[in-house]
Every structure is written in structure tokens, then in C-alpha cells.
Design a protein around this ligand. Sequence first.
Ligand SMILES: O=C(O)C(=O)C[C@]1(C(=O)O)C=C[C@@H](O)C=C1
Length: 370
Amino acid sequence: MNESKDLDQQNALSLDALRKRINAVDSELLSLISERAQLAQRVAEAKLAEDPDTVFYRPEREAQVMRRIMALNEGPLSDEEMARLFREIMSSCLALEQPISVAYLGPNGTYSQQATLKHFGGAVEGVPVATIPDVFRQVEAGQVAYGVVPVENSTEGAINQTFDMFVSSNVRVCGEIFLPIHNNLIGRRGALDEPIERIYSHSQPLAQCRGWLAVHYPQAELIAVSSNAEAVRLAEQDKNGAAIAGSHATHYFDVDILVRNIEDLASNVTHFLVIGREPVGPSGDDRTLLLASVHNQPGALERLLEPLSRHGIDITHLESRPSRVQPWHYVFFVEVKGHCEDGPLAQALEEYEGSMIDVRVLGSWPAAVI
Ligand SMILES: O=C(O)C(=O)C[C@]1(C(=O)O)C=C[C@@H](O)C=C1
């Protein structure tokens, strides 16, 4: 037993020697990352040579790169962690080709900002705007290249404002993000020494923490504000106030996390969509969002769904909203698996042409990888 211990010690490298090896690996990584960045610059030249109005950001290719890396990964880092590292490398490579501006519901510290960074990486040029309709307007007007909007929360359901904006907008969906949401009670350092009389947050986190608030702060006034980051800003200035927000928001204000993870359901996830102006090619695992306008007639919903089920298309989400054109007239949002250019979905979509059902493809995009 002692013998094997001796052998282990001989094989074990000193801290100094291990750090020398890490330095050597870092040098190799540095030159490999630089080589990759140079290749991305050449890709940009090739794209421009093909088309002077080319689109540099290619979500389908980015998804394929990350899926391939995850399949090749043998650890010890997890597949998700490895994909996250490559996400950042691609973010920097894309910024070399062309810096990408992305609007999201601000200010700094919102879940929308966190979702934007998760999807586009740290090299993105984030543009915080005041409202969800503003995100749509900035994309439509070409003031930013892309936008990120929340579409559904796993506890509270659909974000109606986002769905309603799609009805009158010509933007295209080109990506999606799933962001696990952990709400925290946040306030000035030592805020819990004073009674908490006011709790600020966006209406969504207030609803997601309804049960916890009823038990711990039944007397507090709950104040809905435009974003959770705005809530933290207000709490920072209120001796008897606190906010509900993500931990990310604490980076931007002089506040502490007072109580962590106060959401009523532990698995609380928000689904965001990326909106742009260009269609995205197939990646091999895609989603498509359809907008259907259906008259209030018997069997109308069945006529919408029947071609999809006959062609074996999986429906991942179905949402109805008032059309706002006439009472009792609805629009349906149908999210399905597959790309609108894929055989079965393309065939199903063809069947709506010339029918009573008006179906518009709002976009196809690669299914979220991380
Ligand atoms: O393959 C491309 O089209 C590239 O521009 C390269 C690259 C990458 O770094 O791998 C960078 C940006 C694109 O969004 C996709 C991929």
C-alpha cells in the first residue's frame, strides 16, 4: 500500500510544474483561437464576395457548431459548459466579422439582458429599450439587427404583449432562449433589520412568488413596475422597500441578495424569442412559429391542426389571442417542430394555400442548444 502511495507521489506534479503545463496549454489555445478568428474573417470575406448584402450572423451554423462540440466532448467539463465556452468564442469571432446590436427590455439587470447574453455571448452590443413593443419597433426600423423578447414563463404562461406584437409586425423569429429564472428578494444591505413595507417588481416575478410573499410578507404593499431592474433601483433608495429580481440585477446597483430562490415553483423557466428581419436556414433540429387567422366557425381549429397531424408534425405550443379586428375572432399561434423548408412541414403549409385558413410563417429557427 505504501509502495503505491510512493508511486503516486512520484507521478504527482508539483503546483509549479502543473501551472507550467497550464501555461503551455494556454499558449496553444491562444494560437488556435487566433487561427479560428482569422478563419472567421475569411468566412466574412467569402460571404461578402457572394453577396454584398450578406447576413453575417448565422444562427443555424452556430447551433450546428455547438451541437457538434457537445457530441465530441468527453469531459471532464459538461457538454453544456463546453458549448457555453464555444458560444463565447463564436461571439467574439462574429464581432470581428461585424458587431451585432441586439435590443432587449432594459434597463441593465433584467432577465431579458441575461437571455441576450446567454444567446449572443459577451461580445454582443446590447441595446436596452423601455418596452417590448420598442424591441419590435427597433428591429423593424433597422436601428438594431436583432431583438430578444419574452414569450412564455413556465409558471405564469404566455406573455400576451409579445404575441400581440407579432400580429401587426413583419419581423421574423430567428432563435430561442430558455432561461432558468431564480427570483430573489433584493434590497439595501441590512434591509431586513427594518420592516419591509413595500416590495417592487415586474408583474411576472410578483406572480411567480405569490405563495412565498403571502407567507412571509402578507402585509407588504406589492408594487408592479416596468422591469425587475427598475424594481431594484427603487429598492436601493427605499429604507423600507425590497425588490424581487434575478441575481444578475445586483451587479448594477448597491444592493444585496436578502433571500435567495423565492419562486413558488423550483423549475421556473422563461422562453424568449430572438427576432430579426432575415429568414434562417435549416440546422437539422428546428422550430417554426405559425400565425393563423381563424373565423369563428364550427371545426375551424380542427381544419387548422388536421394537416399538421396528418403530416406527423409535432405541435410544441398552441396559443390563442383575440384578433383585435372584430369581437370573437381569434388568431392562433402554433409552434411546431421542424423547419418550414423541411419536407413534411412544407407540404402541410402548402395545403393551407387557397383554403379558408390564413397561415403566416413567423419564422423557423434552430432549437435552443444550451
Ligand atoms: O460560419 C460562419 O458563417 C461564420 O461566420 C463563423 C461563425 C463561427 O465563429 O463559427 C461566426 C458567426 C456566425 O454566426 C456563425 C459561425
